[in-house]
Design a protein around this ligand. Structure first.
Ligand SMILES: Cc1ncc(COP(=O)(O)O)c(C=O)c1O
Length: 396
């Protein structure tokens, strides 16, 4: 039989989705499964976006320009200006989700065997995108005890080699919920300039900053124009995960020119979804105020309930809609599977994401899970209760 590539074999499974067959079995047994494993918000997509695809007058669903339609990019630039981020439409390439923006960024700045330093735990698919690009992830560990704050900058410096091309951060963080401060961004800015590296910031959760904290984008940092690459997406901002629209933003002309070649190779981002995403930019501020209030409420309930369980340690998230919880178990992979296969409270169980897949250092995070608080408060309380009852009887 012809052989599968080494790259294909080494592609990691997503910790977010790999337990899906066990969830399927649980449904077949008639169980209700609370999904805490995936960042699929239950929030309604803004009506303006849905209406735009219902009433469009297209007769041919044609390709758009590879970099995205000009009208949409102009409007995205307007959105950034409102967020005090000053870019032009030609600093933006519209992509098929933030996922494709990450792939384009890696392809644009890194060759096979180059290295990217990433504070871990990090969004699990960074492992997948790196493998697909032949790039090596060099992790720098951030700790639950520090709420996953930026590790000391010397730790980054120790890891820089001639192969290092970039530092990648996620702000606010998935899976940590950590929101980097302006000072932390400035420290990163200084180190990338000193070592002539790119700084990639995945800012897909920009709006989800809580407790009065304001998100500070790397594109706001003066002097970082040639170094900064931002990854963005409509998926979480407007609860439009299925639209598959994101963008890559950089003031570095060579980055945009090169990323455009990757964009040309896949012809065009989705046309109808660009129409929806352009309309979504007219979403009233009141939508975001309500959404943020809802997430803060959910976070508060979740953290309060988790803290009541003996033996659990949890970092308090300041942004995004995830948290990492450290459990009194040896292996959260087996625990998560057991929850689906062998446990329920009155026919209800939970699906969580084992956190080891959010690390690239082997053996780290084995006793941690990621919880996405994308369910209403009542369901979250029930879900944490299921976790509590499960921990009472589980033995690894
Ligand atoms: C941190 C982060 N970056 C990027 C993505 C990719 O999102 P999408 O491709 O839907 O824009 C996600 C999705 O969950 C994410 O959490």
């Amino acid at each position: 039989m012809p052989k599968i590539s080494k790259k294909g074999i080494s592609m990691p499974e997503s910790p977010i989705r790999k337990l899906a067959p066990f969830a399927e079995k649980a449904y077949k047994q008639g169980k209700t499964v609370f999904h805490l494993n995936i960042g699929q918000p239950d929030i309604k997509t803004p009506k303006v976006a849905m209406d735009a695809v219902k009433i469009h007058s297209l007769e041919i669903l044609a390709y758009t320009r590879s970099e995205g339609s000009e009208g949409y990019r102009q409007k995205i630039a307007g959105y950034y200006a409102k967020n005090d981020i000053h870019v032009k439409h030609d600093d933006i390439i519209v992509t098929t989700g933030g996922s494709e923006a990450l792939l384009f960024a890696f392809g644009t700045i890194m060759d096979v065997d180059d290295e990217v330093i990433i504070p871990e735990p990090f969004y699990a698919n960074y492992n997948g995108f790196s493998t697909a690009s032949g790039v090596k992830v060099v992790p720098v560990i951030s700790k639950i005890e520090d709420n996953f704050a930026l590790p000391p900058i010397e730790e980054f410096e120790k890891l820089i080699t001639p192969k290092t091309k970039a530092i990648l951060i996620c702000n606010p963080g998935n899976p940590t919920g950590y929101l980097y401060s302006r000072e932390e961004i400035k420290k990163l800015a200084a180190i990338v300039k000193k070592h002539d590296l790119f700084l990639i910031a995945d800012e897909v959760y920009r709006e989800f900053a809580y407790d009065g904290a304001k998100h500070y984008s790397i594109l706001q940092e003066e002097g970082l124009e040639d170094y900064a690459i931002v990854i963005d997406s409509v998926s979480k901002r407007y609860s439009m995960c299925g639209a598959r629209i994101g963008c890559l933003v950089s003031k570095n002309k060579a980055v945009i020119k090169t990323a455009l070649k990757f964009a040309q190779a896949r012809l065009s981002p989705p046309t109808l979804a660009q129409i929806a995403s352009e309309a979504a930019l007219d979403t009233p501020q009141s939508y975001f105020d309500d959404v943020i209030e809802e997430y803060v409420g959910r976070r508060n309930v979740l953290i309060q309930e988790l803290n009541k369980i003996e033996g659990i340690q949890v970092a308090n998230p300041k942004g995004a809609f995830y948290c990492i919880a450290q459990l009194p178990v040896k292996n959260s992979d087996t625990f998560a599977q057991w929850l689906l296969e062998s446990f329920d409270v009155d026919g209800e169980t939970i699906m969580v994401a084992p956190a080891a897949g959010f690390y690239s250092t082997p053996g780290v995070g084995l006793n941690q899970i990621r919880i996405a608080y994308v369910l209403n408060k009542e369901s979250l309380v029930k879900a944490v209760n299921i976790l509590k009852e499960a921990l009472k009887i589980y033995k690894d």
